[in-house]
Design a protein around this ligand. Structure first.
Ligand code: F6R
Length: 357
């Protein structure tokens, strides 16, 4: 039930800090030990490469998950769009582990890959919000997202839950392999949950940004580098699917290779700046688009902010920044759709779970 909320999407955005805390509680015991299925731990230790398979928003979570697993657990990861993998299978490593990410657990494109790789005899783990779903039943192992039912067609809390569970999987594998981490990832996850709550309390500010940047535009661009780029892809998907604004996410460095030709007087460009390493590079991309007339909205993280930035995110560990950066992107999409009179929870032409290939 929506309760006092006008839309499920807004309710589900607001639930994200609580989902984070639920996930931490479900996956960590009183002694701060992770309690993952021992078989999952074994499968992660035994593989030489992880293949993440997903669609849409879940694919975007997979891109971030690759960073977690490679940086923390030191296992190479490939992330594939399910519908492409089916017809254009890459050369596999000797001991692959397939990880399916799916909110519904029913996505036909992902299931087609699962059927194929099971025939080939490879192990599979499904990360889903619906234990007992097709992808969960047909895989060898399942990790639950604990996000609660997601009703709005646009996925929000499942995306952040997917990234959190992927982070926990990476941390568990790192610990199982005896790899030392130079920060406390579970504590950082709890800090990220608090940051999400600060952001969900800033709805009016974000609604104001929609008025200044997105109310009447036909198109919008999201630019970022490193993990900010992945959030740009998700921010653009959210905006296009519910507000019907043509939106694209781009890697900052790719602009000059073609896309910058699209920038006109007043084109909104939303730039994400949460990674110290690329701060200088992405800010020079912002200058490039501003010089061509763009209406630039910089969303930066505390510590990297400049006076002219439109919005500053509370500080969280750089690796986990996608979990919080996406919250204002979700709210931007929500208010843009609302102000433009779109059906927020049920956008045209879309279904909540895509059970056809
Ligand atoms: C976008 C959205 C879709 C889904 C995609 C995969 O907001 O919801 O892109 O992420 O259809 O669905 P699941 O995760 O159920 O496999």
């Amino acid at each position: 039930e929506k309760g006092t909320y006008p839309h499920f999407m807004l309710k589900e955005i607001d639930e994200q800090p609580f989902v984070m805390r639920k996930i931490i509680n479900e996956y960590q015991n009183e002694n701060n030990e992770l309690k993952l299925d021992a078989n999952v731990r074994q499968a992660m230790k035994a593989c030489d490469r992880v293949y993440i398979i997903a669609a849409g928003t879940s694919y975007h979570a997979g891109l971030v998950g690759k960073q977690f697993i490679e940086k923390l657990a030191k296992i190479p990861v490939e992330v594939h769009v399910a519908s492409e993998f089916s017809y254009n299978m890459p050369l596999l490593s000797e001991k692959p582990l397939f990880v399916f990410i799916s909110q519904s657990g029913e996505t036909a494109d992902s299931r087609a890959v699962l059927v194929k790789i099971k025939e080939m005899g490879h192990p599979a783990l499904t990360i889903t919000n619906v234990p007992g779903s097709t992808l969960s039943r047909e895989a060898d192992y399942t990790l639950n997202l604990y996000a609660g039912p997601e009703i709005a067609v646009a996925s929000t809390k499942a995306y952040t839950a997917q990234m959190a569970v992927l982070a926990i999987l990476a941390v568990d594998t790192a610990r199982a392999k005896g790899l030392a981490l130079d920060f406390d990832p579970m504590q950082e996850l709890a800090i990220a949950a608090n940051a999400m709550e600060i952001l969900t309390d800033q709805k009016e500010t974000i609604e104001g940004l929609v008025r200044n940047y997105l109310e009447t535009t036909r198109n919008a661009f999201f630019i970022g580098r490193s993990s900010d780029y992945f959030v740009c892809l998700e921010g653009a998907l959210k905006l296009k699917e519910i507000s019907y604004i043509q939106a694209e996410g781009f890697a900052g460095g790719e602009l000059k290779h073609g896309t910058i030709a699209l920038i006109e007087e007043g084109t909104p460009v939303i730039a994400l700046v949460t990674q110290a390493e690329v701060n200088y590079a992405i800010r020079s991309n912002v200058q490039e688009v501003v010089a061509r007339g763009a209406n630039a909205m910089v969303v930066s993280m505390k510590g990297l902010e400049q006076d002219s930035d439109a919005f500053v995110l509370p500080y969280v560990h750089e690796l986990l920044s996608p979990l919080v950066t996406v919250v204002p992107m979700q709210l931007l999409a929500y208010y843009a759709a609302l102000h433009r009179g779109c059906d927020v929870d049920k956008p045209r032409n879309l279904a909540k779970s895509v059970t056809v290939e």
